[in-house]
Design a protein around this ligand. Structure first.
Ligand SMILES: *Cc1c(COP(=O)(O)O)cnc(C)c1O
Length: 234
């Protein structure tokens, strides 16, 4: 993967987003592309940045902090999208603009307490488990209203919306079903929290389904950076 591949892949993904937005009567300015760069070296992120990409999603804290240091000269919005252990909240609160993977009040409280007050509030999406049997991460739709109510009161967080990672499915209809569930959960939540504006859903394999169901932030890794190699990870 070289810089020119990245630029070409990015423009291909942007074109797909435009096409699906036209097809499903969505406004293209309502869909943000988050480039998911986990396991990818800093120079590939820099290539994406040079091709106009500003939002990057990362799953592994230490790996991301290393890259943030290497790319400190760039004006990047960093999004944390991986599972969060309590002992990592301080570094996350200090070094990211967004966290998409909050599913417990304890973690939210720590992020709020540890967010430096000279920074804007940390943008938060609550991770919802919409395909219950597949994943241990995410709060259930039933428990979501209570968590949202509690998180909305935390002073250094800005509750923005919901995130989900559905189980993989082959057909467009099967992909749309859980994403429609997240959209409905968001609509219900907006009665109490009208400021919510972010539906973080859609990956390389279900981009069309996500845009059809109202995603405002698609998290795309493989289609931009190529397949991931985990063999070097500990
Ligand atoms: C890795 C990852 C993605 C990107 O997945 P691709 O299939 O490579 O596009 C999106 N969201 C989350 C939470 C991820 O961990």
């Amino acid at each position: 993967m070289t810089a020119s591949h990245i630029a070409r892949n990015l423009s291909g993904v942007r074109q797909q987003i435009d096409t699906y937005c036209a097809q499903y009567q969505r406004n293209i300015t309502d869909v943000t592309l988050l480039a998911v760069s986990k396991t990818k070296p800093a120079e590939l992120l820099r290539a994406a940045y040079d091709a106009g990409q500003r939002d990057f999603g990362e799953n592994y804290l230490q790996e991301s902090l290393d890259k943030q240091q290497e790319l400190a000269d760039l004006d990047i919005n960093w999004h944390f999208i991986g599972p969060i252990q309590s002992n990592k909240t301080r570094a996350i609160a200090e070094n990211f603009q967004w966290v998409h993977s909050v599913d417990r009040l304890k973690i939210a409280r720590r992020l709020s307490e540890q967010r430096p007050t000279d920074l804007p509030p940390l943008n938060i999406c609550l991770q919802v488990n919409i395909s219950a049997e597949e994943s241990k991460s995410g709060i259930t739709v039933e428990k979501l209203p209570e968590l949202a109510r509690d998180v909305a009161t935390l002073p250094n967080l800005n509750l923005r919306g919901l995130m989900a990672i559905p189980a993989p499915a082959d057909t467009l209809a099967a992909q749309r079903e859980p994403l429609a569930g997240l959209r409905r959960a968001m609509e219900a939540l907006k009665a109490e929290h009208p400021q919510l504006d972010t539906l973080s859903m859609g990956m390389s394999g279900d981009l069309e389904a996500a845009i059809a169901e109202g995603s405002t932030m698609v998290r795309i890794g493989t289609a931009i950076f190529g397949a991931r190699d985990y063999s070097g990870q500990s």
